[in-house]
Write a protein that binds this ligand. Sequence first.
Ligand code: MN
Ligand code: MN
Length: 319
Amino acid sequence: MSADTPHRYNQPLGGNDMPRFGGPATMMRLPTQSSAAGLDACFVGVPMDIGASNRAGTRHGPRAIRAESCMLRPFNMGTGAAPFDHMQVADIGDIAINTFNLKATADIITAAYDDILGHACVPLTLGGDHTLTYPILRAIAKRYGPVALIQVDAHADTSDAMFGEKIAHGTPFRRAFEEDLLINDKVFQIGLRGTGYSPSDYDWGRERGFTVVPAEQCWHKSLAPLMGDIRERIGDAPLYLTYDIDSLDPAFAPGTGTVEIGGLTTIQALEIVRGVKGLNLVGGDLVEVSPPYDSSGNTALIGANLLYEMLCSLPKAWS
Ligand code: MN
Ligand code: MN
């Protein structure tokens, strides 16, 4: 399509029309709008860190991801995806959470996603600490029923409570299980590692049907075969993809709150996110980017790229 042909869908502002360090501070410098009306997919921020247990700072994640996303161009040279030729996409801004009240924040998030999903829009979320996935899944399950889940993370996030609190960034998938938001034998936790509270920490999920793929099983190899197996097992079930940036090795992504060594590479991250293409992906998030610990900006930049790759993996990106 030539530069003078009008586009049918929103386009990211190009790097030859405005310097990349200027222009709107939206995801990929896309247009913004106040609701998801008319959109096939949206980028949306949840600026929270009140569920984090160690280093804070993820409240600044969405803004940093948007800032670094200014580098992204519309076409995916690796996969051939042209998402902005096939979908209407915009940045709908941030959810107005209550930063003094985590439980109220969870309800605010669910209500906001009820609205997004009511427009038949696929939400791609810029986090924010990992607590946010639980209230999103409540809304997702209301619309689609229980979903398959791919969780890429250094941690299982299946604790029962943290300091007696049931809602926190270490508990979202325990709550999701208890509320029947998941198809348990289609839950895949990839990249788990580090020190634990007991040698059997990962068994809680396994005993409930989850498939746990510890980081050690990912070392030194392509994850494309794993994703092939996962695609087969998920089939046509609706799928939610939650990507915790701490799944990556801190050599790549140091800007996060609960760092673990021996993590995934950015190449493996691409294999995972590209590996969900062909599945019925109904939403995704990228969580735990903490800009105060991200002196180069590269953690946020990786996050921006992985969110773009999620967009490229949506069914509508290829129709
Ligand atoms: Mn997590
Ligand atoms: Mn984690």
